[in-house]
Design a binder for this molecule. Structure first.
Ligand code: ADP
Ligand code: TRP
Length: 328
């Protein structure tokens, strides 16, 4: 069975875009692949977060993934810093990673521009740590967004380079798995573009009913269609795209027919959309809130994940140490 691995940055809460664009596919993959999902807390140190932030965001993200249906019995869900073997592989890869190629990575150059007072070695070697995350489990497929493609190329480069230097055929090159073409792009409610944290237009899975309603009622619309069956401009299409995700087909068709007949009342549609988003989110939200406070459960899940991931990591490292020439 092929191995799938994905790292999740612990930044804020999950929104509908994350859910329909990624997490829903992760949940499906658990049944089809040997899955590793981990929270990249070491990676988050590149921006020097406060200890309490690390603890809180790790707990939050873990609770949210579990509430969405990631099953700790099926997948290994773990915290990166619980699997120390990754650090040893990171060191080996760093010995064969060159300053020039690391400096040329676009996301590094961007950080240099954005945080000129904190250009640390962790930022520079972000791709080697990510390669270690992936290759420690010898993952076949890595679900990532397009923005991670260069890091994936670096991971493949470090795998090939290791094989060449030690004259082995040990690491397989991990493949990027873009499910963006199967997963939907979830739009924002501000008229154009996608839903995103940094876009400031996200509906979070933990948002309560009143918050959801407020966000949806503020969605951008227009003065309405003037001709039957007219093409929908982007802000209106976005409302329909969201409705297709969370509402019953009958509801969608009802408002679609109204639109086509130039009889749509956006206020009614938004009220319905808000109610349906709430119905969709409510069970997940309740689970998040319950799990988030269950420290024992979270600790148990993290321990189980760490055990599974450490066993897999230790096996790779034993072989790598032998290949490099260390006593085993
Ligand atoms: P954000 O853009 O809010 O910072 P991330 O970059 O952390 O979100 O995204 C994590 C995952 O969620 C990625 O795999 C990304 O493709 C997916 N994702 C984020 N926003 C959307 C969206 N609006 N539609 C579809 N997928 C999304
Ligand atoms: N760099 C990824 C991001 O910013 C997170 C990440 C760290 C990752 N290690 C990984 C993703 C390994 C996939 C595989 O989103």
């Amino acid at each position: 069975m092929e191995t799938v691995l994905s790292g999740i940055r612990p930044t804020g809460n999950l929104h509908l875009g994350n859910y329909f664009g990624a997490v829903k596919s992760f949940v499906k993959m658990q049944d089809e692949f040997n899955c590793f999902f981990f929270i990249a807390d070491w990676h988050s140190l590149t921006t020097h977060p406060h200890p309490e932030n690390i603890r809180r965001s790790t707990r939050t993200i873990l609770a949210e993934y579990l509430a969405c249906g990631i099953d700790p019995e099926k997948a290994a869900i773990y915290v990166q810093s619980d699997v120390k073997q990754v650090l040893e592989l990171y060191l080996y890869f760093n010995m064969n990673a060159y300053l020039g190629e690391l400096e040329r990575v676009t996301s590094f150059k961007e950080k240099v521009r954005k945080q000129p007072d904190n250009i640390n070695a962790g930022l520079l070697t972000y791709p080697t740590l990510m390669a270690a995350d992936i290759l420690i489990h010898r993952a076949d497929k890595v679900p990532v967004g397009k923005d991670q493609e260069q890091n994936m190329e670096m991971a493949r480069l470090f795998a090939r380079r290791f094989n060449r230097i030690y004259e082995v055929d040990y690491f397989k090159e991990p493949e990027s798995f873009h499910f963006n073409h199967i997963a939907v792009k979830v739009p924002g409610l501000d008229g154009s573009g996608k839903m995103g944290k940094s876009e400031g237009n996200a509906i979070y899975l933990v948002d309560d009913e009143a918050t959801i309603r407020k966000k949806v009622m503020h969605a951008v619309t227009d003065s309405g269609p003037t001709e039957p069956n007219q093409q929908k401009p982007e802000p209106i299409q976005n409302l329909f795209t969201l409705m297709a995700l969370v509402s019953e087909p009958d509801t969608y068709n009802f408002f679609n027919d109204k639109y086509n007949a130039c009889e749509i009342r956006y206020g009614d549609m938004k009220k319905q959309l808000a109610a349906d988003i709430n119905s969709f989110c409510a069970p997940i939200r309740e689970k998040i809130l319950a799990i988030q406070d269950d420290e024992d459960y979270l600790a148990r899940v993290a321990r189980l994940g760490a055990e599974k991931a450490s066993a897999s990591a230790e096996k790779t490292l034993r072989e790598v140490r032998q290949i490099i020439g260390f006593r085993v």
